[in-house]
Design a protein around this ligand. Structure first.
Ligand code: ADP
Ligand code: UDP
Length: 236
């Protein structure tokens, strides 16, 4: 399948149309942003890591009963996916306190929760992706009640499957963001990406951060962290 016209260029990926109107090609860039685009940079090799990791995760999730947009990996950076209408919600699951949770509630990072949490934000760059609850999402007609129930069910399933999987790689899945979309038949599938850009991944033994926080917080070793995740995913 070949790219035809570019439909969209986002902060981390480009999206292209194909000859098949039901499919599009996502192309992963090395560009990195944080704080709603205020901080910009590049992370050499990131696109390759994020493409491969997302595709492995999506395939694992399909096997575990979570439908996804994944169709076929085309190259290092390009993947064929089912074109969806994105539900404008960022769905965040947390297992351990970190980032905005630690900041909002005035607690340290690293508190392991008894149960995972779920939260939504409205995917809207102009508004800075404000936090909302499912009633707000319904009021704004961002999704139906049934869709929100499906999204919650899938998001917790993703957490179960990926937490177990990352444990086998010596990685703790601290938190992550998911996006879902609607297929033409109205069904909900997991879309976008699952990568060190969208997950917090800590080494189980040392708590070393192996994710985009190294970029957000100017910690150094950003490329090496992405490479380390890639190596473990590849079983090296
Ligand atoms: P952003 O838009 O936040 O800058 P990206 O650079 O990752 O993010 O751009 C990719 C865009 O493609 C996102 O807006 C995402 O919601 C959208 N997207 C992801 N998967 C699909 C899909 N299967 N079909 C259509 N759009 C998708
Ligand atoms: N996240 C994301 N995109 C966003 C916001 C958050 O992928 O626009 C991910 C982030 O990488 C982390 C999780 O969602 O794994 C929770 O992020 P948090 O709310 O703590 O916000 P942050 O501290 O990253 O601003």
């Amino acid at each position: 399948m070949e790219k035809t016209v570019q439909l969209y260029e986002g902060k981390a990926k480009k999206v292209f149309a194909t000859e098949d109107p039901a499919l599009c090609i996502v192309s992963y860039k090395d560009d990195a942003t944080a704080f709603n685009g205020l901080k910009k940079g590049t992370i050499a090799g990131k696109g390759v890591v994020n493409n491969r990791m997302s595709n492995l995760m999506m395939q694992l999730l399909e096997k575990s009963g979570v439908p996804t947009h994944f169709v076929e990996e085309l190259s290092d950076r390009d993947t064929l996916v089912k074109k969806v209408a994105i539900v404008p919600l960022e769905v965040i699951i947390r297992n351990v306190s970190a980032g905005s949770f630690a900041k909002h509630y005035g607690v340290e990072e690293g508190i392991v929760f008894d149960e995972p949490t779920i939260e939504f934000s409205y995917k809207n760059d102009e508004l800075g992706d404000p936090l909302l609850n499912s009633y707000h999402a319904l009021a704004l007609k961002l999704a139906t009640k049934e869709e929100i129930e499906t999204i919650k069910k899938y998001a917790f399933k993703v957490n179960e499957v990926l937490s177990e999987y990352f444990k086998t790689l010596g990685i703790r899945l601290v938190d992550f963001k998911l996006e879902f979309g609607r297929l033409p038949d109205g069904s909900i599938v997991l879309a976008d990406e699952i990568s060190p850009d969208t997950c917090r991944l800590w080494d189980i033994k040392t708590n070393e951060k192996l994710d985009k926080d190294r970029f957000r917080r100017d910690m150094g070793g950003v490329e090496d962290a992405y490479k380390e995740v890639f190596k473990r995913l590849m079983g090296e």
